[in-house]
Design a protein. Structure first.
Length: 197
């Protein structure tokens, strides 16, 4: 609409200058086309920036899911650590709101008495994106909001969720994103399902 108004204004301006002529010169047409092109590029650039930010949030949310699934798969297949060639007894993922949001992985070689960080599958939210609204859910639908880190432990095919107030909480959800571009990530410790909304 704005482009059409500018075009009409320029047309009337040129017509006032050349009342006797009904044709435009090549220079006048090039000026009008250039102005319309600049306005079109400017308006589409705003949409591309917004789309790019939405894509960045989606990519980071998928990275979180990939880390959780990779650690889960390592626990299921009893995969050994590449550097030390040792097979962990269990794996763990910690999800926290600290530093705008972190996901860290670790493993244990002695039944959980000490956890060794595995930085290869760790992640931190890029500014200004963040993890927020962490909640634990029971199977009956009741929930609680939490601010402490959540740990998901994988021992073979057994998942366990810790950080909630009791062991009856089996589903963990959190919101990840920025401003009005957000994803809800849900982790079910019973069905092994990880969903993104």
């Amino acid at each position: 609409m704005l482009i059409l108004e500018i075009f009409c204004f320029l047309t009337t301006l040129f017509m006032q200058q050349k009342n006797s002529l009904l044709a435009y010169t090549l220079m006048e047409l090039l000026v009008v086309i250039t102005i319309i092109g600049i306005i079109a590029i400017w308006t589409t650039q705003l949409d591309f920036n917004r789309l790019s930010q939405k894509q960045q949030v989606s990519i980071e949310a998928i990275k979180i899911i990939n880390i959780i699934e990779e650690v889960r798969n390592n626990a299921l297949t009893w995969k050994w650590i590449w550097v030390t060639l040792e097979t962990p007894d269990a794996w763990k993922i910690d999800i926290s709101q600290s530093a705008s949001g972190t996901v860290t992985s670790s493993y244990t070689l002695n039944d959980g008495s000490s956890w060794i960080p595995y930085s290869f599958w760790s992640w931190q939210a890029p500014f200004p994106q963040e993890i927020e609204s962490m909640e634990c859910y029971k199977l009956d639908g009741s929930s609680e909001s939490i601010s402490t880190p959540i740990s998901i432990s994988f021992t073979g095919s057994v998942w366990s969720l810790s950080g909630c107030s009791d062991n009856n909480y089996k589903i963990f959800t959190f919101i990840y994103g920025i401003a009005n571009i957000k994803h809800i990530i849900s982790i079910n410790a019973l069905t092994w399902v990880i969903e993104i909304d």
